[in-house]
Design a protein around this ligand. Structure first.
Ligand code: ZN
Length: 406
């Protein structure tokens, strides 16, 4: 695997070398966030000496990360050179693993999405073969982009369920080895890999490049087959003690006899999720309702088909969406009463139905949450939509490699 100064967390680097790595990362982040500049400006910003910064910038040029763009256009006196990021120097790869497909993309140092492949068919099973297939699809994507593998600094990989991003273990999927999953994938792909819970990665993507303006306390709801939540508290991802926070779907809010996939009864997910919607659709058809989808009571149906039908004005599917939305509103009322957040973002596949989901949620909130807390909370539909996961995964890989403390 390629090792660069980006990947130094496990090594015993100390003293001056350690400091220099940190400064180099700061210089790269400066160029990425604020654009090109001169050595003098950089010294002022970073509060460092000219010889020090010059040496490190020359190192970065030798690494192919920074470029000397020549003299500035100013007149009079000696004109200094300006420096900035070398275009297409390095990239970050993001993979968002869903139940029946993956989305995969690449961003550059400036957080720009260079390429994305959505809806790549993939059958997520908890098996070695399924993991192998995932790795094959990732390598395939890299090949298709034409970007040399050594230019990809790291991979952010989103999975649903319990993930400990610090140890690299995934507990709901691919937990076959003593070794953490991120190491298993790294060995297979030859690229540094960071795991993250899918809803948290989506929240991070949305927070950095999506529907968040200047709000600091934001809850992102991932409304898919299951229900997940990513929390940004004071602009930081909130993990909880072991990284398992945000299990919105398994709050026991309903007094029903439906067994949830977690093994318990009455979870919010049993009445307010894509899975619940599929069940309700089948029940309605069995009870004689009709739909433009023309399915019989025993036919297989995917959540995506119901969502598409709702977006195409199918009455039954819109009614189901309203029911799901109202039930979801019960869960959101609870969140508002506890967190008093500035913003709640509705994301994930169900949120693509827009107002069909948003209006019943609003109506439930008016009835069920405390009006003072409710008045302060805005509800917004995700602006990144299906891209939130991939963008979040890329940005998290970038964050782990560039921003997190060594
Ligand atoms: Zn549950």
């Amino acid at each position: 695997m390629r090792t660069t100064f980006f990947d130094d967390h496990d090594k015993n680097i100390t003293g001056v070398a350690y400091k220099n790595i940190h400064i180099k990362k700061t210089i790269i982040l400066y160029f990425a966030d604020k654009g090109n500049t001169t050595i003098t400006e950089l010294c002022k910003e970073l509060n460092l000496s000219v010889p020090k910064v010059t040496t490190l910038v020359l190192d970065l040029i030798a690494d192919g990360l920074v470029k000397d763009f020549g003299k500035t256009g100013s007149t009079g006196g000696r004109r200094p050179n300006i420096y900035g990021l070398a275009p297409d120097s390095v990239f970050f790869l993001g993979v968002d693993v869903k139940y029946n497909h993956i989305n995969i993309g690449l961003t550059d140092l400036r957080k720009k999405l260079i390429r994305i492949s959505k809806g790549v068919p993939y059958d997520l099973q908890n098996s070695e073969a399924s993991l192998k297939e995932l790795c094959r699809l990732i390598l395939n994507f890299i090949k298709e982009t034409g970007v040399p593998k050594e230019k990809i600094l790291g991979i952010g990989l989103n999975m649903s369920g319990r993930i400990n991003y610090l140890t690299g273990y995934s507990y709901n999927f691919f937990h076959f080895n003593e070794e953490p999953l991120n190491k298993v994938i790294e060995n297979e792909l030859g690229l540094k890999t960071y795991l993250e819970n899918d809803s948290r990665a989506m929240a991070y993507g949305e927070f950095n490049s999506g529907a968040v303006e200047d709000e600091k306390n934001v809850l992102f709801l991932n409304l898919d087959y299951g229900l997940g939540m990513g929390m940004m508290i004071n602009k930081e991802i909130y993990y909880g003690k072991s990284g398992f926070s945000g299990e919105l779907g398994h709050i026991p809010l309903f007094n029903n006899e439906l067994i949830c996939r977690c093994g318990k009864k009455g979870c919010l997910e049993t009445e307010a999720s894509g899975m619940a919607m599929v069940r309700m659709f089948k029940e309605s058809i069995s009870n004689g309702s009709s739909s433009s989808l023309k399915k019989g009571p025993n036919d297989e149906i995917q959540m995506e088909e119901i969502i598409d039908a709702a977006n195409n004005d199918d009455v039954l599917c819109i009614e189901l969406m309203e029911k799901i939305g109202y039930n979801l509103g019960r869960g959101i009322a609870l969140l508002i009463n506890i967190f008093n957040p500035e913003l709640i973002i509705l994301g994930g596949a169900l949120a693509t139905t827009g107002e069909y989901l948003h209006l019943p949620i609003k109506s439930a909130l008016n009835k069920l949450s405390l009006s003072l807390a409710n008045n302060d909370t805005q509800i917004r539909i995700s602006s990144l939509g299906e891209d939130a996961g991939v963008i979040g995964a890329c940005l998290l890989a970038r964050k782990r490699l560039l921003e997190d403390t060594l």
